[in-house]
Design a protein around this ligand. Structure first.
Ligand code: GLN
Length: 539
């Protein structure tokens, strides 16, 4: 029988519920349990696909092409399990299903209500993985903060789930914040008490209270909280700030989280196998070299917009025993070559991740030119590949006015364009999404990186390399080196005679893992390490 763990949040948002859920997934998986993580978001968008990156951060794409919340990236990176369309459900999607059913007469003339109709739909989705893959444990994170109006149906649904599956098969974990008041030199437990009271008022008694805090929580506070919140004192788990998110599961294990969850769920506790993870964290904390990577983008004010790219760069660093310092540069600041020189000189690698729309694109083109002319390792992802193609078309192939039809309506040379069957598309779910095959040209950098010519990667884009220019590029130094076999689409380009310049139409960052860096991020950082060493030798 599948067991259920629900993680709710209280006091404030941004406490790292996703990392807590992902860490717990790892701790249980490392005990030999089959675990599925999923997230329920109370907002009304159908999915985060059309949301502004400034508001919502990155959109994480699953193998099967779902556009999901960035917490799913944490789940995949920590548990090393691929998630699916079902792994992220929003209130919008729940309501859409209920309303569709109503229009189809599915409620047989009855009044459609939040309870039971909406809560039934939520419960059905919570339990879906149990029916489909029957894991030992389903960990469900409820987005938002307890007390929000929009999260009420979700809290009610998880309360009902506990009654349905029985208390021994269900655990509630509530994550809160304990602020430290400098002047009083005191940690304050009152916000947690209030938040737990709020949850209790909704019919949920948490089994475990996990508390974010910048200071260790002493025995007396734990005792007091346990008394007020009606939990055992060892079920108060402190979640201190960590140097790296990858240390969090190890800290949680020391706090006894895995053991206590097993106790609550009447599961046998076994020693977790975490040696590989510990070794990875040890490598992360003991780098032997250092590189400076410049990330050029237009969403740099909100780092979460590039979350998976940032994590993947870190993974590449771990694989190379190198500390990766990332310098974020707003492409709109790169107004001319002097500005580029001032911001980018001395770096060991340049990366341009995905993006949409024309803002800041000219600055990105200048950055690519700088990388190309100065032999600086360059990694272009999705938009970053398209920019590399445009730059080369303009400045080397002398195709004046070369551009993407995403940026200008009728460029003289539309080197990046829509496919003929893509005209008249609507926004939302109309991108090329999810897993597609790519075949690498023998001897290419990508074939070398992957160690095979058969590649499969996740996509999220609308525009493509225009094959009218295929022959011209093949004869040039910026060669297409990876092709999608079904539709003959150019998936990767590489610059011959440059230390490492690779553009990929797909998003490798979604498949990188801390203990198994994505081969392209690994090789990009390796090239940056060489660049740093050579630059050091010249100095
Ligand atoms: N805007 C580009 C496209 O739609 C690139 C998308 C991306 O970088 N994810 O093709």
């Amino acid at each position: 029988m599948t067991k259920y763990i629900f993680i709710t949040g209280g006091v404030v948002s941004s406490l790292g519920k996703g990392i807590a859920a992902a860490s717990l997934g790892l701790l249980l998986k490392s005990r030999g349990f089959r675990v599925v993580n999923q997230k329920f978001d109370p907002y009304l968008n159908i999915d985060p696909g059309t949301m502004n990156p400034f508001q919502h951060g990155e959109v994480f794409v699953t193998e099967d092409g779902a556009e999901t919340d960035l917490d799913l990236g944490h789940y995949e990176r920590f548990t090393d399990e691929n998630l699916t369309q079902n792994s992220n459900t929003t209130a919008g999607r729940v309501f859409l299903s209920v309303l569709d059913r109503e229009r189809e007469g599915g409620y047989h003339g009855g009044t459609v209500q939040v309870i039971p109709n909406v809560t039934d739909e939520i419960r059905d989705r919570i339990m879906r993985p149990a029916r489909e893959t029957a894991p030992d444990i389903i960990i469900t994170e409820i987005g938002g903060t307890v007390g929000d109006i929009e999260s009420l149906p979700f809290i009610e649904a998880i309360r009902q789930t506990r009654n349905e599956v029985g208390t021994e098969n269900c655990a509630f974990i509530h994550l809160t914040l304990m602020p430290y008041l400098k002047k009083a030199e005191e940690l304050k437990s009152k916000p947690t008490q209030h938040s737990v009271k709020e949850l209790q008022g909704l019919g949920i008694q948490p089994d475990i209270i996990m508390i974010r805090s910048e200071r260790p929580i002493d025995f007396h506070i734990r005792e007091k909280l346990a008394l007020f919140c009606n939990v055992l004192s060892d079920a108060i788990i402190q979640n201190l700030d960590a140097r790296s998110i990858y240390e969090v599961p190890l800290m949680m294990e020391k706090e006894g989280l895995g053991r206590i969850v097993c106790r609550v769920l009447s599961l046998p506790d076994v020693e977790p196998e975490l040696s590989g993870w510990e070794e990875m964290v040890r490598r992360l904390y003991n780098p032997e070299k250092e590189v400076r990577i410049v990330l050029v983008g237009k969403y740099v004010e909100l780092r979460d917009s590039y979350l998976s790219v940032i994590e993947s760069l870190t993974h590449g660093g771990i694989a190379n025993c190198a500390l990766v310092n990332i310098d974020f540069v707003d492409s709109e600041e790169l107004t001319d070559y002097e500005a580029v020189n001032a911001r980018l000189s001395g770096c060991d690698g340049i990366i341009i991740p995905g993006g949409f729309g024309d803002r800041g694109v000219e600055g990105m083109i200048l950055a690519v030119r700088y990388a190309r002319e100065n032999s600086i390792p360059y990694f272009g992802i999705c938009l970053g590949m398209q920019i590399a193609v445009i730059e080369y078309a303009r400045n080397v192939l002398a195709l004046e006015g070369a551009h993407s039809t995403e940026m200008v309506q009728s460029p003289s040379h539309p080197v990046i364009d829509l496919m003929p069957d893509q005209n008249g598309l609507r926004l939302g779910g109309t991108l090329r999404l999810g897993r597609y095959a790519c075949r690498a040209v023998p001897g290419s950098l990508i074939e070398k990186a992957y160690g095979t010519a058969d590649i499969s990667e996740r996509h999220r884009h609308r525009y493509e390399f225009n094959n009218d220019y295929y022959d011209l590029f093949t004869k040039s130094a910026l060669k297409p080196t990876g092709i999608n076999p079904e539709r003959n689409l150019v998936e990767t380009v590489e610059l011959e005679g440059h230390p490492w310049m690779v553009g990929v139409q797909f998003h490798p960052e979604f498949k990188s893992r801390p203990n198994r860096a994505h081969p392209l991020f690994r090789d990009f950082i390796a090239a940056a390490v060489i660049h740093a060493t050579e630059a050091g030798a010249v100095k």
